[in-house]
Design a protein around this ligand. Sequence first.
Ligand SMILES: [Ca+2]
Ligand SMILES: [Ca+2]
Length: 385
Amino acid sequence: MRSAGASVFLLFLLLRSSDAKRYPSDDDSPKPMVQVAHIPQRPGVETPLVTPPTPTTPPTSPTPKTAPTPTTTQTSTTPEAPEEDKFLGPPECLQKNFTRASCDLVFCRPWERCIEGRCSCKPPYLCPDAGGAPVCGLDSRSYRSYCQVMALSCLRKRPTMSHFGGGCEADHPKFRGAVDPVSGVVTVFLPDAGSPGGGEELLVCRKLWNMATANVACRDSGNPLGAATTDFFLVTNDTGRPFPNQCVSVRCQGYESSLAECVIYDKRRSYQKRVATATCHTASAAPHECGFRCANKKCVSVDQTCNGVDDCGDHSDEMCCKGCRNTSFRCRTGVCVPEEAVGDGQVDCLDGEDEAQTHNTDKPGAKQKELKNSEYVSPKNGTSP
Ligand SMILES: [Ca+2]
Ligand SMILES: [Ca+2]
C-alpha cells in the first residue's frame, strides 16, 4: 500500500515537474533577446558582421589622421591665410569680428553713440541744433540736419535721406539710385526743384569709383551684402540704349545706406568716357574661394583687406591690420583709413594721428583739391557731433 501510495506520489511529482518545464519554455518565446544574445556567439558565420567593424576601424583610424589635418588647415585657412599675409592680422584680433560698430577701435558716426563698445543709433533729438543744413527726406518731410535724418535712418534701418535743400513737397521727385541688373551701370537721379523735370538722371563717373561706393549702390538697390565686383563701362553711340549723357563723381565711406548720403560732385560729360558699373552680391554671384570672410559673411580677396576701402560693407576688412596696403594709413588701433582721410581736417583715427601736424604738411588739402568742381558737393559740415 505504502509503495503504491509512494509511486502515485512520485508519478504526481513527475507530472508537475514536466508541466513546470513546459511553461517556462513557453515563456521563453518572449526571450528572443536572450537568444539573440546567443546568436552572435553561434554564428561564427556572422563574423562578417563583426569583421566589417574591424575593417571599418582601419579606415576610421586613417580618417581621423587625415581628417584633423585638413580640418585644421580648413579652419585655419580663413584666419591663417590672413596670418601669412603681411598686412592682415593678427588672428587673435580677427577672431573678434570687429566692425565699423566696434567703438573701442573707431569713432561712431555722428548720429550714433558708443555704448559698451558698440555704436548704437542716437535718438534724433540728440543731434546738435545749430549748424545743420536742412535735408529733405524720402518721406517728403524736411529735417533740420543731416545728423537728424541719419539718426532716423539708423533707427529705421532703411534709407531716409533724399537731398539737401528745399523742394521737399510730396509732388517733387526724390533721390533715386539704381544699379542696372543686366549691364551693372549705376545711375542716380538728383532732385532739383528748379529744373523742368524736377531733377536729372546721371551716370556715375569712373573717378573714385570703388568697392565702398559700389557697396552702397547695391545696398540701395536691395542687396544687403553690397557689391561683388566693380568695373567700368565705356559710353559710346553703340551702347544700344540711351544713357544719361553726363556723369557725377560719388564718394561714399561705405557705411551709407543710400548713394544720397554720399558726397556727389563734379558733373561732366560721359560720352566716350568710362562710367561706373557694379555686380551686386547675390548668392549666385558669390565667389568660389574666400580669401577673407567679412564679419557679415561676405567674401573678399585678401588683397582687398587693409587697403583703406570698406570692401566688406561692415568695415571688418580694415579693422585688424599689421600694416596698410598701397597708400592707405594705419591708425594705432590697427585700423586702415584711406589716404584721403589723412590731413582732411576730420579726425578718423581714434587717437587723431591722421590729423597730426606732420601729415597736414605732407598732404595739404588733398581732399579739397578733389572737390574743386563742387556743384553737387553735399553740405555735410553740420554733421560733427
Ligand atoms: Ca578693404
Ligand atoms: Ca582725417
